[in-house]
Design a protein around this ligand. Structure first.
Ligand SMILES: NC(=O)C1=CN([C@@H]2O[C@H](COP(=O)(O)OP(=O)(O)OC[C@H]3O[C@@H](n4cnc5c(N)ncnc54)[C@H](OP(=O)(O)O)[C@@H]3O)[C@@H](O)[C@H]2O)C=CC1
Ligand SMILES: O=C(O)[C@H](O)CS(=O)(=O)O
Length: 491
């Protein structure tokens, strides 16, 4: 357990993975603006002081990336695949240390953190393979003397801005396809969780990724860094994961350069339990879907709809199962709930809870901060949820499970789709006709059927409506880092 006096390095097999400098042009560098502090959400103690780069230093990283990208694009897909595969191997060899660093800065239980390392590494493994399969095409000429060929070429320098909740996987889900495509990459991790990113840089260097191809700029001024990414003409691609309001802002800023953007934004996932569902499976799925990362994922169930005939039984089963789960320091064995990322996150959960209670909801489990103090909060279940309550339209991003009752398919599909978001959705049912009809009717980029966990590198992850633009993962994921060109030749 990381107490106030435990040196994080003492927990690591390889202490050099705890890197507090930024990584620019193949060099670990200090910040012109000094440092910013990273704290452990479980204890509030200082984990590290990290280099705080100026906007000029960020611009310098972009320039280094632009220079390095020209040679990197000349490598064959197979050559790029080999170094990416080595990077993947190093991540998995150092999974324990990377997990400890992630838990120390973000708070998620160590088992989940190690799971994120494997999930994040899977994108590097997958796109190492895709690097060898970036195919063009030949098209029959439109005239007898014309020959048409289509090339796919790397877009150039890609810049990424990522959130604190998956500080490893949200970077590799972007860097994997970018580097496989022959792009150079400048990553700006969240101020709260930069250490997972700098550890990735340590391993990138060891894997033989050339200087300047992968860069990590650690900064405390996100808006200033975002403006540099959007205004610097050398950046041809912006990839963002985070809230919809910030996504909108970045799109507006990037519009001046007509920059190619990928947006993985907020969610408001419905989780629907029909009366023909396997209730035990639905309870298990609801727990994994709602409480993964303490509810701090964009694909967590935000609204749980249960058909009237099974509502009471489902609520009782869910309460019984969640009541057995342990809240504590993520580095302790057997902990399922770590702290929320900060007090602001606790305040949002409490605000949604107070609003719901004021409108008639009943708390059947939890409902107050944990006796552990800090940003620990008890997993909470409320019944009597209605569509006028804040959590019906706003993402809670915490361990609060609201149970809504519904009568029939049409009613629940209408409620589920009544949101500006469209990222993930889930439902449990056995009748095949119902499964097809409901899956087709849900307006979301992802539909989980009889499962609460849908995250994988082999599928095209992404949202519709105001949950985002583009897809990450699957063979589709590399397209956003490629430009298509056709050559029309007279023969
Ligand atoms: N669709 C998806 O895959 C995901 C969506 N999300 C969504 O993001 C939210 C939670 O994450 P959270 O980190 O609070 O979201 P934010 O959008 O506040 O932050 C995301 C990232 O953007 C940075 N940022 C904030 N403001 C600006 C700005 N003006 N210009 C440039 N960068 C900026 C943040 O920096 P800093 O933190 O340093 O201020 C952080 O690195 C939730 O709504 C969640 O649903 C989260 C993860 C995945
Ligand atoms: O940041 C997130 O919430 C992730 O996109 C969720 S997932 O990819 O780990 O499912």
């Amino acid at each position: 357990m990381l107490t106030k006096n435990t040196e994080l390095k003492s927990l690591l097999k390889d202490p050099t993975l705890l890197e507090t400098r930024a990584y620019v042009g193949g060099q670990f560098v200090d910040g012109d603006k000094g440092t910013f502090v990273v704290t452990n959400p479980a204890r509030g103690d200082v984990v590290a002081e990290v280099a705080d780069l100026s906007r000029a230093q960020v611009a310098g990283a972009i320039a280094q990336a632009e220079a390095a990208q020209k040679d990197w694009a000349k490598w064959t897909g197979k050559e790029r695949a080999n170094v990416l595969r080595k990077w993947f191997d190093l991540m998995m060899e150092n999974q324990d240390d990377l997990g400890i660093i992630l838990t120390a800065e973000m708070g998620k239980p160590l088992a989940e953190a190690k799971g994120e390392i494997a999930y994040g590494a899977s994108f590097i493994e997958f796109f190492a393979e895709e690097a060898k399969r970036i195919y063009g095409e030949t098209i029959p000429g439109h005239q007898r003397d014309k020959r048409i060929t289509v090339l796919k070429q790397p877009i150039g320098v890609a810049a990424s801005i990522t959130p604190w909740n998956f500080p490893n996987a949200m970077i590799t889900r972007k860097a994997g396809p970018a580097l496989a495509a022959g792009c150079a990459f400048v990553a700006r991790p969240a101020e709260l969780t930069p250490l997972s990113a700098t550890a990735l840089a340590v391993l990138a260097e060891r894997a033989g990724i050339p200087a300047g191809v992968f860069n990590v700029v650690t900064t405390s001024d996100a808006p200033e860094t975002g403006l540099e990414f959007c205004e610097n003409p050398a950046v041809r691609k912006l990839t963002f994961t985070g809230s919809t309001p910030v996504g909108r802002l970045l799109l507006r800023q990037a519009a001046d350069q007509v920059m190619k953007c990928s947006m993985e934004l907020g969610g408001n996932a419905p989780f629907i339990v029909f009366d023909d569902a396997d209730l035990d499976a639905a309870v298990e799925g609801a727990i994994m879907c709602k409480f993964r990362n303490n509810g701090q994922t964009c694909v967590c169930a935000n609204r749980i709809y249960v058909q009237a005939g099974v509502y009471d039984a489902f609520a009782a089963k869910l309460k019984e199962a969640v009541a057995k789960m342990k809240v504590g320091d993520g580095l302790e064995d057997g902990v399922q709930f770590g702290p929320l990322i900060n007090d602001k996150a606790v305040e949002k959960v409490e605000a949604h809870l107070a609003d719901a209670q004021a409108k008639g909801a009943e708390i059947i489990l939890g409902g107050t901060p944990s006796e552990l103090g800090g940003s620990f909060f008890q997993p909470t279940i409320v019944t009597g949820a209605t569509t006028d309550m804040q959590f019906s339209t706003e993402e809670t991003f915490g361990p609060l499970a609201p149970l809504f009752k519904f009568e029939d398919e049409d009613e629940v599909i209408a409620m589920a789709n009544d949101t500006i978001f469209g990222l993930a959705s889930y439902f449990y049912a056995k009748d095949l006709s119902r499964v097809y009809k409901v899956a087709e009717a849900l307006e979301y980029g992802i539909v989980g059927v009889n499962t609460g966990i849908i995250s994988t590198e082999v599928a095209p992850f992404g949202g519709v409506k105001q949950s985002g633009l583009g897809r990450e993962g699957s063979h589709h994921g590399i397209e956003d880092y490629l430009e298509m060109k056709y050559i029309c030749m007279s023969v």
